[in-house]
Design a protein around this ligand. Structure first.
Ligand code: GLA
Length: 692
């Protein structure tokens, strides 16, 4: 018998193997006492056998094997070099337990080796798990799962994520039942449609209480998720690259890291584990201690209509509002007057910039802002000089369906990566640029893991040579958001929707995985270009202030009142960002479905801010109390409305909060909640709290 346990203060994961067979997770949940007998635990974990069953139940192992009569989806599907299916059967080989736990299993008959790697970060509570397949001779891979985990039995449903352009991070709740929920993203890109995350709440769990299990697969090329309930009631969770994305036979394949966590504190326990792990372990920050700068992005102000005097005017106004970084979006290169041409012609357009980019950059620097620039490196328009010179660099067939009039480049080709490196590094060397907005606006013509590895290699090379340059991952908004790309980038453009109402919801759900520091959020135009809605400036500004704040409207459209509000909220954000960028974002359980609320709690617990967005009119006439979370029940908190000036005259009552700060205990704030003033829908209350 082999047993292993992985522990931190809040969770234990126990692996056990029957004889020489592959190990299975026999326990994953709250931390077990040190004296727990793992052999007994393993023996007790076995389920009974009755009529109509095999004489013993095949293990739900880290890689379930078809050859051991496992009745569900196997963890590995592989063929030899000639294409004949292999039926692997692994036996114990060796193990090591240093910084991580490595369990090595061997199938001598087929010349295959499986290595399972587990690492637990005791501070973030994230377990990173990965499977590596080595083969003595090249094999064709169809499917390789990261270490396979059991799902809890005390759970009625699972939560996963879908979405679309301008509508990212929609949650799906699916009831468990016999059979499987199978999600496969074959678009070749993380995609709006299939964010690779899963939360399994145990029965009764909410944002703030109960137990939950979280999963995230850190890969940008499209994944497969299987959540399967077997006939015997057991449940398994598998994650891996989408099937058949490996087009060549090879002697080694690896899954991406799978990030998992058990939470005893509701969905928020998963959320804060992912937020902290991403921010503190995965991202590499060029300037770790520098505050996140307020952005200005010119896309929705001018689109392709670049001209230097107008851009200078816009930059001056953006700086006056409080912007600290100016990002020049699409339209500065080739002959890019619309989205039909020039992608891959990465040289400055002399018609729009007769003296190059320097006059604009100098102007921006003169205003105290830094300068960022847009690229869409993986893409090429058929109408471009590079496509005319190298039609064979494009990925996919001649007759493929274009996306936004463009094709993807074949990033597996070293010549393509060298070309992109040369063009991009020339721009970066010639100009003082500290930021790239890296876009990826179409799906691939077919899934191909080599493409994603090629993209990663190009980013890695650029980052190695330009370590001070930060990168934002954009793909028509939130189409490439995952911990794989965020290992190489520092921000995501969460959505092309600058509609504050849409953003409120998208941000709320994305916070299950993403901290403030990486989540870009911009104040859009008064008349929203992607939804046709109009929102008051206070709502637009506060929604942006919930995350990494920026502006994207044409500042020339702002009335004096709008500019004043924007300056004020931006100043508030700057005054608070130091602690907010290290805070946990905790989703609140709102008693009113019209209210989407969160509490950002400082790392030391000494202060918090609550953003309560009213996304709809309420069914009842007066607001319901909003329960806070994770406070010290015995401490007193000084609570005040940060946006007192937004109280509307139709709010006629006299709740104490309307006229000044109040002092209440954590117990009261968590048990009863705090009642906010009445407001219109599409408004945000901002409540500040300080521990006394
Ligand atoms: C994508 C991005 C936008 C903008 C445009 C430019 O749609 O998501 O933010 O950069 O490309 O073409």
């Amino acid at each position: 018998m082999h047993h292993w346990r992985i522990d931190d203060a809040r969770q234990t994961l126990v692996l056990a193997a029957t004889g020489e067979r592959l190990p299975q997770v026999v326990y994953w949940g709250p931390a077990l006492p040190a004296q727990e007998n793992l052999a007994t635990l393993h023996a007790t974990h076995a389920i009974d056998v009755t009529g109509g069953m095999l004489d013993a139940n095949p293990d739900l192992s880290l890689c379930p094997e078809a050859t051991r009569s496992f009745p569900g989806q196997p963890g590995l599907i592989v063929r030899d070099g000639e294409g004949t299916p292999l039926l692997p059967k692994f036996c114990y080989d060796s193990e090591s337990n240093g910084n991580d736990l490595r369990l090595i299993y061997r199938d001598a008959a087929n010349g295959l080796t499986l290595t399972f790697i587990f690492a637990l970060d005791p501070d973030t509570h994230i377990i990173t798990a990965q499977t590596v397949l080595d083969a003595d001779a090249p094999v064709h891979l169809h499917w390789l799962a990261a270490p396979v985990l059991p799902a809890p039995q005390h759970s009625g449903e699972m939560i996963d994520f879908s979405g679309r352009w301008c509508g990212e991070f929609q949650t799906n709740r699916t009831a468990w039942s016999a059979g499987m929920r199978y999600r496969e993203n074959r678009t070749g890109r993380t995609g709006h449609e299939h964010f690779p995350g899963l939360i399994i709440p145990c029965t009764g769990a909410t944002n703030t209480q109960g137990e939950a299990y979280g999963f995230h697969y850190g890969w940008s090329g499209g994944h497969r998720m299987i959540a399967e309930e077997l006939q015997d009631g057991r449940r398994q969770i598998q994650w891996g690259h989408a099937a058949r994305m490996e087009t060549e036979a090879a002697t080694q394949f690896k899954t991406a890291p799978l990030y998992i966590t058990y939470s005893p504190s509701g969905l928020n326990g998963c959320a804060t584990a992912f937020q902290r792990h991403l921010r503190d372990r995965i991202i590499t920050w060029p300037k770790p201690d520098a505050p996140r700068p307020v952005h200005y992005n010119c896309w929705e102000a001018i689109y392709f209509d670049h001209n230097v005097p107008a851009l200078k005017d816009i930059a001056t106004r953006a700086a006056d509002l409080g912007a600290e970084r100016f990002v020049l979006d699409d339209g500065w290169f080739g002959q890019r007057d619309d989205d039909t041409r020039s992608l891959s012609d990465w040289t400055v357009d002399p018609r729009k910039y007769p003296d190059g980019l320097h006059p604009l950059i100098d102007h921006v620097h003169g205003l105290g802002m830094t300068f960022g620039i847009w690229f869409e490196p993986e893409m090429i328009n058929p109408d471009s000089d590079i496509h005319r010179a190298h039609p064979d660099w494009a990925l996919g067939g001649e007759d493929q369906t274009l996306g936004r009039q463009q094709k993807a480049l074949n990033m597996a080709l070293p010549a393509v990566r060298d070309f992109l490196y040369d063009r991009m590094s020339a721009i970066l060397r010639e100009h003082p640029i500290d930021y790239i907005k890296w876009d990826h606006n179409r799906v691939l013509p077919m899934p191909d893991a080599a493409q994603t590895r090629g993209s990663y290699a190009l980013i890695d090379r650029l980052r190695a040579d330009f370590p001070q340059v930060e990168i934002e991952s954009c793909a028509s908004g939130g189409g490439r958001v995952d911990f794989g790309i965020l290992q190489r980038t520092q921000r995501v453009w969460l959505s092309d929707s600058n509609d504050a109402l849409e953003r409120l919801r998208i941000q709320h759900n994305a916070a299950l995985f993403l901290p403030l520091s990486v989540t870009g959020s911009h104040v859009g135009p008064r008349y929203c270009h992607t939804s046709g809605r109009m929102h008051d400036i206070t709502f637009r500004a506060w929604v942006a202030a919930q995350r990494h704040m920026g502006f994207e409207m044409d500042p020339r459209e702002l009335t004096d009142k709008e500019a004043t509000v924007l300056r004020h909220v931006t100043a508030w954000w700057k005054a608070n960002r130091d602690w907010m960028q290290r805070a946990d974002i905790l989703r609140l359980d709102s008693a009113d479905p019209a209210v989407i609320a969160e509490q950002q709690l400082a790392a030391d617990g000494a202060r918090f801010v609550v953003f309560a967005g009213k996304a709809d009119t309420s069914a009842q006439i007066a607001p319901r109390p909003l329960r806070l979370t994770a406070l010290d029940p015995n401490a007193q908190y000084l609570i005040s409305l940060a946006n007192q000036q937004d109280i509307h005259h139709l709010s006629r009552g006299t709740p104490a909060l309307k006229s000044g700060p109040v002092t209440l205990t954590g117990r009261y704030l968590m048990a009863n909640g705090i009642t906010l003033p009445w407001s219109f829908p599409d408004r945000m209350w901002v409540l500040e709290g300080k521990k006394l």
